[in-house]
Design a protein around this ligand. Sequence first.
Ligand code: ACM
Ligand code: ZN
Length: 508
Amino acid sequence: MKKLAGKSLVIVAALTAASASAALQIVPAPRKAVEGEGTFVCTGDVVAQVKFESDTAVPKEGYRLSVAKDGIKIVSSDEAGRFYALETLKQLAAKEGKDGVKVPCVEIEDSPRYSWRGLHLDECRHFFGKETVKSILDLMARYKLNRFHWHLTEDQGWRVDVPGYPDLVKYGAVRSASPRHGEKAYTGTKEDAAKLNGVRYGPYYYTEADLKEIVAYAAARHIQVVPEIELPGHVYAALAAYPQFACCPENLSSREPRLVWGIEKDVLCLGNDEAIKFMENVVDWVCKVFPGDVVHIGGDECPQIRWQSCPKCQARIKKEGLGDHNGLQPWITRHFVKFLADRGKRTLGWDEYLLGDIPKSAMGMSWRESRSGAGHELVSGAAAATRGHDVVMTPCSYCYLDYGQGLGDDPFLYIGGKVTLERCYSFDPCAGVPDDAKSHILGGQGNNWTEYTWNEYDLAWKVWPRMLALSEVFWLGEAKPGFADFKKRAAVQRSWLVSHGVNCAPIE
Ligand code: ACM
Ligand code: ZN
């Protein structure tokens, strides 16, 4: 028996690789834990009985948690660390029975490997609403995730009511029909048009007050909301409201978002100063509503075909000396990187937007793993980090939660692909990144694209338990204890999730 800091704790196991004990069924596993003998028992609110201390030596977002028979102590250097210690405590505390709440005696020292531990939600293809978003934020906090990437504008829907632009939601937030449940309709062909359900979808959107409510709810859980306003592609819903901002306004005569899924060819006319002023006004408003330091401007999958024959775009290329249409997207990216920097924000975008001469201050979100996507050359996350960009790793074959999960029996529809729970757990955000560029890898994120995700039950099934695995990857990095160990703890978490009304998929 060994005494720890004068307390009568028995070292059962240091919880590092593959050694989770029966009592510590928590996710993500703590970095270091030494179990003691016995339990702390109390009636009523456990948190109210915690003694808090501050120590600047504790890493950012990290904490030390001591549970002894006679009391609980939390030491941290910041509010986030204190918050995560309490989340750990909540997972440790057994349900209150007739003897009160029981917490196993333990000494934990914990801190995250990555500063960006994200979850993304596309509310444009399908809309989930404030209550679902809040419940996602609650679960993100439980599993120590700290970035909510909110995909709010798309070809198929515009979901924010921007003051001064009422037509954005009048035209952009409602579809007259969507692909029928179980049908994969991507193109505007007659065959795909026949797969539409004829049911009006929307109008669905958030007001400024709604957005501020969510931002505050997230902040109380140490989660930063990262808004995404897509440009210059994936803007068809905005163009439905303001066709004059397209290269070919006549293509927008129906005045409604794209009804089928897939990438729209009509994009923002970058030769039109009014179109750029419109986007500036939207982004300026976004900067005021979302206090975080990062704004995502999309940049993925932007076809250039309209720019090639648009006189205004061609005039811009000439005036700015951009060479040809390939120079337009880097030009608008540079423009918004500066526009956002002038407002104290960093710019984030999907990896396509890193192509060309882009300032190092621009952050990348790496999702593609091969050369593909609207003719854009691949800039891999490793290449971007090597060039000096900060990067969030979200490679589709590990982090796309709209990909199939390989379950024996699964009632839900997926976009394709296969990302099993074990595959998520095997993710290493720094894989393939040279050592001297690893400091640019901020972390990772699970992405929920929602073409085939209709409601909160479907969404929860796709997110959980895979997001449990990713949360452990983002928190522990290479110190994760291993899949077999994780699976046991994930099963305990699944019971908790299901008992709290979350439609968590089986652990397989
Ligand atoms: C993406 O999946 N188009 C970023
Ligand atoms: Zn144009």
